[in-house]
Design a binder for this molecule. Structure first.
Ligand code: SRM
Ligand code: SF4
Length: 573
């Protein structure tokens, strides 16, 4: 489809970002010039939009913003760099590279994200090129880690079903490669490739995306039942692996999930993906490509808040989508196959995979890898990476698996885990083991409240209530974000806090334990004291009245605290 046709479908005036993309010459803009400008640590706003496609955001340290303003200094500009790893799988050598560049160019910490990628914070403009080159040398990339394209493809790390995981991971990689932007801009700007004159336009130069790329970000995740760590229903395109006798036979296809919303704007809402059928493995790349092109052609290019695929589907209907998909494919999806999810959290400690290798899942509080007094996590992981011949897997819950450890190496890894006191979370409450918090302050420009820096403190206080109620070992999924964009997928948690203002949160209850149901607003704009006084009686009642095996989210609905929500259209109702 030509870009002109594409815009005629979106007859409303398109957003500024669409113009920036169109004028950018396939993501080049004036990024090269902006990076070379030594007068400021920042880049222009237009280039910042394009920078996202290259895997980075310009930020400023919000902790020192006011102080610098008073001293008439420009904000402390710095860049966040996101490194993609399909399915979260990296080699020990790649881990060591991330560790090295985090210390050399960033703030000395590594952030494991909720989509199984790495993030570095605090990189200065002058060091951006070196960072990206060093990432590239180890065969990883920042390209398309952000921006209006397909993002990091998630896949269930599932160590105990190692053979199935291998097969699923292969498809995550294939999808990731197939949907990568084709522009050479990344190679020219960061890797010093010569620009070769290219007269090809639109579909020829970017066969899937065209000149203006997608209306908005696009996300794919693959789950392997009974585990739903990737929160498959939060993805624009969710794939549910179906196996027979340990072999992958295909995927149920779910479309139109997403978490983001804006406080006070009921036209925005989190939504669950809906299953539209089943595809065999060799069909799945085609299904993904056609789904992406449907969103490319029909997604809203005028209002970015309304531009995600979930709104395209909700506005036009699921039947419309299925017809359009089948028309583009030239064949029809088969009926969906049965499956059952049991949880969306990680399983910690050692497990032996079906391939005979060992895997150890470590608890990493909110995904932040750093050295602290008394807990040298970053050094410990560096030592492990130096001794380890298997892989590392970033989990969708911000944790880390030391994967594919041979029986011979297991003792050595165990020794290092012990030496550095690295934890599998067993010493923590089950609530903390099932917790996630987004980055928020001080780096995230959109944060309204603390998240990563605050959740551990709040958890301590909730843990006291849990102890009293005898619920310390009760698995409850809790998530916090600093704003309603939903980066820690809070709308799927049994208990969630979404930032509203400094120290104030909206409190949500009733999400499904396996990520199959949205939660619902319970209390608005409350601070810590109210959070605790609201939560105490609910947890106490849960301890006394819960049925055998009843999860907290289910109980909150049965006990009448909130209504059950199976569609984003009812989220605000
Ligand atoms: Fe996110 C924007 C961090 C996963 C929904 N997200 C941001 C930015 C880049 C802020 C910005 O635009 O200026 C945050 C950078 C903070 C920082 O300082 O590092 C940010 N998002 C993150 C990460 C690092 C959170 C984490 O703690 O791990 C996650 C990186 C994922 C990755 O590796 O690719 C992250 N973001 C998510 C998820 C969860 C997921 O994808 O599974 C969501 C909800 C799912 C979804 O997309 O619907 C999510 N992020 C958003 C949104 C809302 C999008 C929307 O539909 O409205 C924004 C804001 C935007 O795009 O305008 C956003
Ligand atoms: Fe920032 Fe909001 Fe995402 Fe948290 S949820 S990282 S505050 S955009």
């Amino acid at each position: 489809m030509s870009d002109n046709n594409l815009l005629s479908r979106n007859s409303a005036p398109h957003s500024d970002v669409e113009d920036i993309k169109r004028r950018s010459d396939y993501l080049r803009g004036t990024l090269r010039e902006s990076l070379e400008d030594r007068i400021t640590g920042s880049i222009s706003e237009d280039d910042n939009r394009l920078m996202k496609f290259h895997g980075s955001y310009m930020q400023d340290d919000r902790d020192v913003r006011n102080e610098r303003q008073k001293s008439k200094l420009e904000p402390a500009y710095q860049f966040m760099v996101r490194v993609r790893a399909p399915g979260g799988v990296v080699t020990a050598k790649q881990w060591l590279m991330m560790d090295r560049i985090a210390k050399k160019y960033a703030n000395g910490t590594i952030r494991l994200t909720t989509r199984q990628s790495f993030q570095l914070h605090g990189v200065l403009k002058w060091n951006m090129k070196s960072v990206i080159q060093e990432v590239h040398e180890e065969l990883l990339t920042t390209l398309a880690a952000c921006g209006d394209v397909n993002r990091n493809v998630m896949a269930n790390p599932n160590p105990y079903q190692s053979e199935l995981h291998e097969q699923v991971y292969e498809w995550a990689e294939k999808l990731s490669r197939h949907l990568e932007p084709q522009t050479r801009a990344y190679h020219e700007i960061w890797l010093d490739e010569e620009k070769v004159a290219d007269s090809r336009e639109g579909e020829e130069q970017e066969p899937i995306y065209g000149k203006v790329y997608l209306p908005r970000k696009f996300k794919i995740g693959i789950a392997v039942p009974p585990a739903n760590e990737v929160d498959v229903f939060s993805q624009d395109l969710g794939l549910i692996a179906i196996e027979e006798n340990g072999k992958l036979v295909g995927f149920n296809v779910a479309v139109g999930g997403g978490m983001g919303m804006t406080h006070g704007d009921p036209k925005t809402y989190p939504q669950l993906g809906r299953i539209v059928g089943f595809a065999t493995p060799d069909q799945v790349v085609d299904v993904a490509e056609k789904t992406v092109t449907i969103q490319r052609d029909y997604g809203d290019r005028s209002v970015r808040k309304h531009a995600r695929f979930k709104y395209t589907i909700d506005d036009r209907g699921l039947e419309w989508f299925k017809d359009e998909l089948h028309r583009r494919l030239g064949w029809e999806l088969q009926p969906a196959r049965p499956f059952q999810f049991e949880h969306n959290g990680d399983r910690y400690g050692w497990v032996k995979g079906s391939n005979g290798k060992w895997h150890y899942t470590l608890f990493i509080q909110n995904g932040r890898v750093k050295d602290e007094d008394g807990y040298r996590l970053m050094t410990g992981l560096r030592e492990i990476a130096q001794a380890h011949s298997g892989d590392f897997r970033l989990t969708p819950n911000q944790n880390l698996i030391i994967g594919n450890v041979s029986s011979q190496k297991k003792r050595k890894i165990e020794q290092l885990i012990e030496e550095y006191g690295l934890t599998d979370g067993a010493a923590y409450s089950a609530l903390r083991r099932n917790s996630m918090a987004c980055v928020a302050l001080p780096t995230c420009g959109l944060a309204m409240a603390e998240s990563e820096r605050y959740l551990p403190t709040l958890l301590e206080k909730i843990e006291t209530i849990l102890e009293e109620a005898g619920l310390r070992e009760e698995e409850i999924v809790i998530r916090m974000t600093g704003c309603p964009n939903g980066c820690a997928r809070p709308a799927l948690a049994e208990l969630a806090f979404i930032g509203k203002a400094p120290g104030k949160y909206n409190m949500y209850l009733g999400g499904g334990f396996a990520g199959e149901r949205l939660n619902k607003l319970y209390r608005e704009n409350i601070g810590e004291a109210e959070i605790l006084s609201e939560l105490r009686p609910i947890l106490n009642r849960y301890a006394q009245e819960r049925r055998d095996g009843e999860h907290f989210g289910d109980f909150c609905i049965r006990a009448g605290y909130v209504k059950e929500v199976h569609s984003g259209l009812d989220f605000h109702a």
